[in-house]
Design a protein around this ligand. Structure first.
Ligand SMILES: Cc1ncc(COP(=O)(O)O)c(C=O)c1O
Length: 400
C-alpha cells in the first residue's frame, strides 16, 4: 500500500488521537528510517526516545528472535530466568534499588505513586512540579503539572499539588501540610528540555529527609544513559527513594519499571500491586541485550564526549535570529524558537531529517545514544540550514 492508502485505512479504522506526520515508516536501521515511498531519513528523535540504540539494533533483534522461540510470556506467579537477569542488571546499575516491572512510563509512575502513598499512609499528598509530564493515566495526569492534559478528564485523582522546578521555597510551601512524596523529572523533557539544578535537587532531598517524605524521580527520559550516566540521579549526585523508567529501557520493546530503595520497596507485598505483562520474557531478554550493547558500544562515553563537542555548534544555533535559547543535558537537546516550530519540523522532514517540536516552540532532539559524530553533524547541519531559512532577516517573526 502507498501512503495515501495507508492514511485512508487509519482514518477509517483507528482512533484519531495522534497528529501524525505524513510518513509511513517501514524499516529502520540505527539512526535511519525508510518510508513507503522509498525515502530515507536521519532520525534524531527515534521513537520518542525509545530507540536509545537506534532502530533494530542487531544484538537486541537477535535476542528477541531467540527468546520468542523459547518463551514469550509467563505469568508472574511463576519465576522466569529473563526477568531475574534483567532485574539484576537494573538493580546493579542503579546501585541496589529493587525492581518492579510494568509496560510503560505512565504505569511505572502509577506504581511509584501507589507505593509512596502506601509507605507513608495516612499521608497522601503528592507534590509534583509545574510544567512536568508524567504520562496519560489518571494518576499520571494528576501529577503532570500542565492543566491542559487534565482538561475534560476531571475530576482527576485528589491529593496532588504543584510547585515550581528550581524554586525550593515553593516546594517547602507545598509540603507544609505533610506530604507523602515529591515527584519530579531531573530534566523536564516534554516541557522543552529544562534541567533541574543540582542545588535544587539536593535541597529537595534534604526537605524530604527532614519531613519524612519520599522523593520520586521520573527518569522515563533521562535513563538509561541519556545524561552520560546510567541514571540521571547519578549524574546529579542526588539519590531518590523511587525511580521510574520506560522508553529506552528495553531496546525498543514496550517496558517500564519502578525501582525503589529496598526499605521502601518492602511495603509492596503480594496483592498490593501487579501487572499481567510486567517483566515478560521477551521484553526482559531485549532489555538485557540492550544494556549489553550499551556497554559494548560505550554509550556513556559517547554521550559525554559527543555531547561536549556539540556545545560549540549549539552555541552557534543560539546566535541565529529566531532562536531564543538552546538547552542541552547529555543527549537531550532543546532549541527554543520565538516562533512556532511546526513548519521547521516539516522543512527538516522534507530535507530528510526527523526532529520533534514540543510546547509549540521548542525543537527537541533525543538522538540515539550510540549515534556517530558524522550522523549528528549531518543532522545539525540540516537543522542549521532550516533555521537560517526560516528566520526572517530582522530576527523576529514567524517561520516559513
Ligand atoms: C518524563 C516522562 N514520564 C512519563 C512518560 C509517559 O510514558 P509512557 O508514554 O510510556 O506512558 C513520558 C512520556 O513521554 C515522559 O516523558
Amino acid at each position: 500500500m502507498n501512503l495515501a492508502e495507508i492514511r485512508k485505512q487509519f482514518d477509517k479504522h483507528l482512533v484519531a488521537n495522534y497528529s501524525r506526520l505524513p510518513i509511513c515508516v517501514v524499516r529502520g536501521e540505527g539512526s535511519r528510517v525508510w518510508d513507503t515511498e522509498g525515502r530515507s531519513y536521519l532520525d534524531l528523535f527515534p521513537g520518542w526516545g525509545v530507540a536509545g540504540l537506534g532502530h533494530c539494533h542487531p544484538g537486541v533483534a537477535e535476542a528477541v528472535c531467540r527468546q520468542a522461540r523459547k518463551l514469550i510470556h509467563v505469568a508472574n506467579h511463576y519465576y522466569n530466568e529473563e526477568q531475574g537477569e534483567f532485574g539484576e542488571i537494573l538493580s546493579t546499575l542503579s546501585g541496589g534499588y529493587k525492581v518492579f516491572f510494568c509496560n510503560s512510563g505512565a504505569e511505572a509512575n502509577e506504581a511509584a505513586l501507589k507505593l509512596a502513598r502506601l509507605a507513608r499512609q495516612p499521608r497522601s499528598l503528592i507534590v509534583a512540579m509545574e510544567n512536568s509530564f508524567h504520562g496519560r493515566t489518571f494518576g499520571a495526569i494528576s501529577a503532570t503539572g500542565q492543566p491542559e492534559y487534565r482538561k475534560g478528564f476531571e475530576p482527576t485523582v485528589p491529593g496532588f499539588v504543584h510547585a515550581r522546578l528550581n524554586d525550593l521555597d515553593s516546594v517547602a510551601e507545598r509540603m507544609a501540610g505533610g506530604a507523602a512524596a515529591v515527584m519530579l523529572e531531573p530534566v523536564q523533557g516534554e516541557a522543552g528540555v529544562v534541567p533541574a539544578t543540582p542545588a535544587f535537587l539536593a535541597g529537595v532531598r534534604k526537605l524530604c529527609d527532614e519531613k519524612g517524605a519520599l522523593l520520586i524521580f521520573d527518569e522515563v527520559q533521562t535513563a538509561p544513559a541519556r545524561l552520560g550516566d546510567w541514571f540521571g540521579y547519578q549524574h546529579f549526585g542526588v539519590a531518590p527513594d523511587i525511580i521510574t523508567v520506560a522508553k529506552a529501557i528495553a531496546g525498543g520493546m514496550p517496558m517500564g519499571a519502578m525501582l525503589a530503595r529496598p526499605e521502601v520497596a518492602a511495603f509492596l507485598k503480594p496483592g498490593t500491586h501487579a501487572s499481567t505483562f510486567g517483566g515478560h520474557s521477551l521484553g526482559c531478554a531485549a532489555g538485557a541485550a540492550g544494556v549489553r550493547a550499551m556497554r559494548e558500544e560505550k554509550v556513556l562515553d559517547n554521550v559525554r564526549t559527543l555531547g561536549k563537542k556539540l556545545d560549540g555548534k549549539l552555541a552557534a544555533f543560539a546566535r541565529l535570529p529566531g532562536v531564543k535559547a538552546v538547552r542541552r543535558a547529555g543527549f537531550m537537546i532543546g532549541i527554543e524558537l520565538d516562533f512556532a516550530g511546526a513548519d521547521m519540523v516539516a522543512d527538516c522532514r522534507d530535507r530528510g531529517l526527523l526532529v520533534n517540536c514540543t510546547h509549540q516552540t521548542v525543537l527537541r532532539l533525543l538522538p540515539a545514544l550510540n549515534i556517530g559524530a558524522a550522523d549528528l553533524d549531518e543532522g545539525l547541519s540540516i537543522l542549521a540550514e532550516c533555521l537560517e531559512r526560516a528566520a526572517p532577516p530582522d530576527g523576529g517573526g514567524a517561520g516559513g
